[in-house]
Design a protein around this ligand. Structure first.
Ligand SMILES: Cc1cc2nc3c(=O)[nH]c(=O)nc-3n(C[C@H](O)[C@H](O)[C@H](O)COP(=O)(O)OP(=O)(O)OC[C@H]3O[C@@H](n4cnc5c(N)ncnc54)[C@H](O)[C@@H]3O)c2cc1C
Length: 385
C-alpha cells in the first residue's frame, strides 16, 4: 500500500505515550485535526506503560520545578474537564542522604524549592525513622521531604486522556510505524508509514527513548539516549501502606514505595550505550539491586518478586527535556524526560501546543529548546534518580 494517502491532517504525532497523548489532547482542543501513529499494538507508550508513577516537585532546577507545578494545575483542569478522578495519591516523597558531600546541595535544593513555593522541608532523624518503620534509615544524615508529592495511577491518567481524545475525534493508528518524514522546500509535507502515507504540515516527535531515530529521518541529531532501568514488585507485605511516602536514597540510587500491597523498588543503573531497541532485564544488575534492597529493607529477604520489568529512561545531558521546534519548518519535539515524564507530561503537551499554534506562554521555557545543544549552556540540576 506504499504511496497511498490514508489521511490528511493538521498534525501527526509520532508515539502514543504520555507525551504524544498529551500533545494530541491540547492540540485538538485548539481545533487542530490530529492523528497519532504508534508502532506498538497498544495506546499508552512503550516507556509510559513501564513507569512507576512517582510524581514530585522536589527538583533542584527552576525548569523542572516549574514544569511540576504547571503539571499539577493541568491535572486539576483535566479532572474538571473529564469529570474523572485521576487518583493521585499524595503519600509524600522523600530523598534520604547518607553522605556528607550531599548535604549542602540537598539543603540548598530545599531552600530553592521553598522559594519557588514548593512545600518541601528537611526531616529530623527521628521523623525519618518514624515515617519509614521497616526501612533502615539509621545511617541517614538528612532527609528532604514534600508531603504534596506522591504516586499517580498511570493507567487512570492514560484512560482519561484517551477518553478525551476520542471525544475530540483524534485518530490513533496503532501497529503502524513511521518509516520516514518527507519535506518539500524545507517544510514538512508527509509522514511515510509502513503502510501508506499521511499528508500534514506539522509532525511532533513524541517517540520517547526512540526520538533520536525519528530525528534521523530529517537529518537532525536529537541528543536523547536510552538508558536501561528496571524495577520489581514484591508479594504483599504486612507493614507497608499506601500512605507511606516514596523514599529515594539519593547517594546509593535505591528507591522504595507501595505498589499493590507490596514494595516496588528501583536501583538507578548507570548509563551504558544501548544497542537494542527493546528493554530486557539486566540480571546481573537485578542481583545487585536485590542485595542493596535487602540491606535497606531486611524484611524483603524472603519475599517473592511477583513482577519485574525494564524500560528506558530518555536521557539528555542536562536532565531537561526537549520541547519545541527543530529541523524543517513544522517539525517539533517533545521528548527526553530523564525518568520523570509522567511528572511533566501534561504540562509539556500543553506548552508545546501553545508553541505550535503560535500562542503566548507566560513561563520561560527557552532552556528546553532543541537549539540549546548548539550553545555551551550549563543548567544546574540535581536529584537525577
Ligand atoms: C522503569 C521506569 C520507571 C519510571 N518511573 C517514573 C516515575 O516514577 N515517574 C515519572 O515521572 N516518570 C517515570 N519514568 C519515566 C516515564 O515513564 C517517561 O519519562 C515517559 O513515560 C516518557 O513518555 P514518552 O511518551 O516520551 O515515551 P513512550 O512512552 O516511550 O512513548 C513513545 C512511543 O513512541 C513510539 N514510537 C517510537 N518510534 C516510533 C515510530 N517510528 N513509529 C511509531 N511509533 C513510534 C514507541 O513505540 C512508544 O510507544 C519511568 C521510566 C521507567 C523506564
Amino acid at each position: 500500500m506504499a504511496n497511498t494517502i490514508i489521511d490528511h491532517v493538521d498534525a501527526v504525532i509520532i508515539g502514543a505515550g504520555i507525551m504524544g497523548l498529551s500533545a494530541a489532547y491540547y492540540l485538538s482542543k485548539q481545533g487542530l485535526k490530529v492523528c497519532i501513529v504508534e508502532r506498538e499494538s497498544y495506546i499508552g507508550g512503550y516507556t509510559t506503560m513501564r513507569c512507576a508513577g512517582g510524581i514530585r516537585q522536589q527538583f533542584s532546577s527552576r525548569e523542572n520545578i516549574m514544569l511540576s507545578m504547571l503539571n499539577r494545575e493541568m491535572m486539576h483542569e483535566l479532572e474538571k474537564e473529564s469529570h474523572c478522578n485521576i487518583q493521585f495519591n499524595p503519600c509524600g516523597y522523600a530523598f534520604a542522604f547518607t553522605e556528607e558531600k550531599s548535604l549542602n546541595e540537598a539543603e540548598e535544593a530545599v531552600k530553592f524549592q521553598r522559594e519557588m513555593s514548593v512545600n518541601a522541608q528537611i526531616l529530623s532523624s527521628r521523623q525519618t525513622a518514624k515515617m519509614f518503620g521497616n526501612i533502615r534509615v539509621d545511617d541517614v544524615l538528612l532527609t528532604t521531604y514534600c508531603r504534596d508529592d506522591g504516586l499517580l495511577n498511570v493507567s487512570m491518567l492514560l484512560g482519561i486522556i484517551k477518553k478525551e481524545l476520542y471525544k475530540q475525534n483524534v485518530k490513533i493508528l496503532c501497529d503502524k510505524t513511521v518509516c520516514d518524514i518527507e519535506t518539500k522546500n524545507e517544510k514538512i509535507n508527509k509522514v511515510i508509514l509502513d503502510e501508506g502515507e499521511i499528508e500534514t504540515s506539522i509532525v511532533v516527535n513524541a517517540a520517547g527513548p526512540f526520538a533520536k531515530q525519528i530525528g534521523q529521518m530529517t537529518n537532525n541529531s536529537i541528543p536523547i539516549e536510552p538508558s536501561l532501568q528496571q524495577v520489581w514488585v514484591t508479594e504483599p507485605v504486612s507493614w507497608i501502606s499506601k500512605d507511606m511516602p516514596v523514599i529515594i536514597f539519593g547517594d546509593e540510587g535505591t528507591g522504595f514505595h507501595w505498589e499493590s500491597g507490596g514494595v516496588l523498588s528501583g536501583y538507578s543503573r548507570p548509563y551504558r550505550k544501548e544497542e537494542v531497541s527493546f528493554a530486557e532485564i539486566d540480571l546481573d544488575w537485578e542481583i545487585k539491586h536485590c542485595k542493596k534492597a535487602i540491606e535497606r529493607v531486611p524484611d524483603l529477604y524472603d519475599k517473592k518478586l511477583i513482577s519485574k520489568w525494564a524500560g528506558f529512561y530518555e536521557t539528555t545531558i542536562d536532565d531537561l527535556p526537549i520541547v519545541g521546534p527543530y529541523g524543517p519548518s513544522g517539525m517539533y519535539c517533545i521528548a527526553g524526560f530523564n525518568g520523570h515524564g509522567i511528572t511533566h507530561g501534561l504540562a509539556c503537551g500543553y506548552l508545546l501546543s501553545k508553541i505550535i499554534t503560535g500562542k503566548s506562554i507566560d513561563v520561560d521555557i527557552s532552556s528546553l529548546s532543541y537549539f540549546r545543544f548548539h550553545k555551551a549552556v550549563s543548567v544546574k540540576t540535581g536529584y537525577k534518580i
